[in-house]
Design a protein around this ligand. Structure first.
Ligand SMILES: Nc1ncnc2c1ncn2[C@@H]1O[C@H](COP(=O)(O)OP(=O)(O)OP(=O)(O)O)[C@@H](O)[C@H]1O
Ligand SMILES: O=C(O)[C@H](O)COP(=O)(O)O
Length: 403
């Protein structure tokens, strides 16, 4: 993999450099609630600009349906990037159309532009190679060189991640180099006991990692939206909680294998429930109650780990030597459901373990809840990406950067 330092040594002045970033930041309307992913790509963008490149930054945001949708515009992220760089950042209101072409053509050496959300074009995420390729061809017209630095999206076989680097000279940015360096340690010389905490909402995306973790981890703690498929698999009522019904047989098999292998599986013993998903805009009181995990009332939704679970999880993390954590323990964006996530973050701060926190929302959660980033071993910008890296899978966005 060629690195950005090699690109800089070759000289970039006057070249149009396409930086595939992951600016998929949490938004409250148009307000960015955590800019960690923007700050993470700053070294790459700043260095290229300083060296006189014409920098074209591109990213996805959220999961729009292949068409423009103002709720998923990258305009707020572009504005924040400008603030952080201390320079004007141009913004193209489309991805490969007239605005993008004119914006890029208008860049002077050392200037930066952001183009609109890549997922506004169906070609970005298409499963059809030709459709993705056609979109990558259009993106390639905007640049002379490609720098991959969107670590959070390297597990996606998407046009800008996988197909575009094949069309341009390609290099890995600073963020990808750092992320891979840290995560590699967890796959080679991990210090034991090794505990993994899994939560969040992308349950179907992430359950598969457990298969691999059963061979690596000593302890697996499950929380967040992930917990209810496990509780259901054990025969408990989970009301209207997030549930991956089709994965129940697989989850039963994980629990059986864990017992066979002596891997400790830790599930919530109590959970915080409410009648409905809370309003994250108004943060109106959500009427939570705490119930035993094996006695959830029908019609209620599990939205956080309960206080007994929080104590249990803290005790399971206290003596770990290495901890990897992906996925909040509850809907931390609402104050009624933030305690589980806060408790795990606090346990990691208190523990001497080398801790890696991975994921857009997980990393945002620890910062939003007021924890000092430096209290953790590494805060990764990738959730699904870091999990798939740990699984040993070939990640399309890293494979595409190989020479
Ligand atoms: N019990 C629950 N029910 C529904 N949503 C939940 C629950 N617990 C946590 N969540 C939600 O999970 C979301 C984060 O999950 P996600 O899997 O996207 O994690 P992540 O850290 O962002 O990883 P990635 O980077 O892969 O997206 C948060 O927005 C949180 O509100
Ligand atoms: O948040 C993430 O994990 C990355 O930005 C990838 O987003 P995706 O899961 O929508 O592909």
């Amino acid at each position: 993999m060629k690195t950005i330092d090699e690109l800089l040594a070759e000289g970039v002045a006057g070249k149009r450099v396409f930086v595939r970033a992951d600016l998929n930041v949490p938004l409250d309307g148009t307000t960015i609630t955590d800019d960690g992913r923007i700050r993470a790509v700053l070294p790459t963008v700043a260095k290229l600009a300083e060296a006189g490149a014409r920098v074209v930054v591109a990213s996805h945001l959220g999961r729009p349906k292949g068409a423009p949708d103002p709720a998923f515009s990258l305009a707020p992220a572009a504005a924040r990037l400008g603030e952080l760089l201390g320079a004007d950042v141009a913004f193209a209101t489309d991805t490969v159309g007239e605005s993008a072409r004119a914006t890029v053509a208008g860049l002077a050496d050392g200037q930066v532009a952001v183009i609109e959300n890549l997922r506004f074009n169906p070609g970005e995420t298409s499963k059809d190679d030709a459709e993705r390729g056609a979109f990558a061809d259009q993106l390639a017209e905007l640049a002379d060189v490609y720098v991959g630095d969107g670590f959070g999206a390297v597990h996606r076989k998407h046009a800008s991640v996988f197909d575009l680097p094949a069309r341009l000279p390609h290099y890995a940015g600073y963020l990808i180099a750092t992320e891979v360096g840290v995560l590699k340690k967890l796959t080679t010389d991990v210090q034991r006991p090794y505990a993994v905490v899994l939560g969040g909402a992308k349950v179907s995306d992430k359950l598969g990692v457990i298969d691999h973790l059963l061979e690596r981890a000593d302890r697996i703690l499950i929380g967040g939206g992930m917990a209810y498929t496990f509780l259901k698999a054990q025969g408990h009522e989970v009301g209207s909680s997030l549930l991956q019904e089709d994965q129940i047989p697989a989850v039963r098999e994980y629990l059986r294998r864990a017992e066979e292998k002596g891997v400790e599986f830790v599930l919530p013993v109590d959970v915080v429930v409410a009648p409905a998903f809370p309003d994250l805009k108004t943060k109106a009181p959500a009427h939570p109650t705490t119930v035993a995990a094996d006695a959830m009332p029908a019609g209620q939704m599990g939205l956080d780990n309960g206080p007994e679970t929080n104590k249990l999880y803290a005790s399971k993390l206290a003596d770990a030597a290495t901890v990897f954590w992906n996925g909040p323990m509850g809907v931390f964006e609402h104050p009624d459901f933030a305690d589980g996530t806060r408790a795990v973050a606090q346990a990691l701060v208190d523990s001497p373990a080398f801790s890696v926190v991975g994921g857009g929302d997980s990393a945002a959660a620890v910062r939003i809840l007021g924890f000092d980033e430096n209290a953790f071993g590494h805060i990764s910008t990738g959730g699904g990406a870091s999990l798939e890296y740990l699984e040993g899978k070939t990640l399309p966005g890293l494979a595409a950067l190989e020479d």
